[in-house]
Design a protein around this ligand. Structure first.
Ligand code: SAM
Length: 197
């Protein structure tokens, strides 16, 4: 059973050492962002990755940051204000839907969120709606190996089932790294569903 990150431990998300574990920039060699891109941080938490995303979007682009927990929206909003991230908007979202217009996002990030999704199918259906043609999704999440940090491996969805879900919702893997010590990384592109792969 998935459960949401307990924001009583919000300071853990703000540990700068997390950038060695994962940074959204890891996807950059594998994707081409348009000029003035619109980025989306799904499950932003405290907004730890927002400074990186804000920089990637640049002054003409923008970042939407969403979270299903009101406390996360409050914490991320505070971070955006303190850091002066003028191209970032933080808003609340529902479990299986995104409060954004159709075909409005070039790149969506789910960093350490996938294993918390209670309705992954609904969220991926809605992701398909909000992504622009050619848009991409970057996913970083804990793997199921024994490790010295992160949630218990038993709480992490099976890798095969995860990939089946991507395909069933019309996403293809443009790039993946599932051999890391802690995390699995996926870069997904919309494409024809191919459940036979
Ligand atoms: N992405 C941030 C990071 O890596 O620093 C936060 C990671 S935290 C472990 C996961 C966050 O995802 C929590 O703030 C949780 O509320 C949020 N979350 C979980 N399921 C969600 C959903 N369906 N929609 C939006 N946010 C969600």
């Amino acid at each position: 059973m998935s459960h949401k990150f307990n924001l009583d431990h919000a300071s853990r998300l703000d540990d700068p050492g997390r950038l060695a574990l994962f940074t959204p920039e890891i996807f950059l060699p594998h994707l081409t962002l348009p000029p003035s891109p619109v980025l989306l941080d799904i499950g932003t938490g405290t907004g730890f990755y927002l400074p990186v995303l804000s920089r990637l979007a640049g002054p003409q682009g923008m970042v939407w940051a969403v979270d299903a927990q009101p406390d996360a929206v409050r914490l991320a909003t505070r971070k955006v204000g303190e850091a002066g991230l003028s191209n970032v908007e933080v808003i609340g979202s529902e479990e299986g839907s995104l409060p954004l217009p159709d075909h409005s996002v070039d790149f969506a990030l789910l960093a350490f969120v996938f294993h918390e999704l209670e309705q992954p199918g609904a969220l991926f259906t809605d992701l398909g709606r909000v992504l622009r043609p050619g848009g991409t999704v970057g996913i970083a999440d804990w793997n199921r190996q024994d490790r010295d940090k992160g949630p218990p491996p038993a709480e992490i969805p099976d890798l095969g089932a995860t990939r089946d879900l991507f395909r069933a919702h019309g996403f293809q893997e443009a790039w993946a790294d599932t051999r890391g010590r802690y995390c699995n990384l996926f870069l997904l592109r919309r494409g024809p569903a191919n459940p036979g792969r």
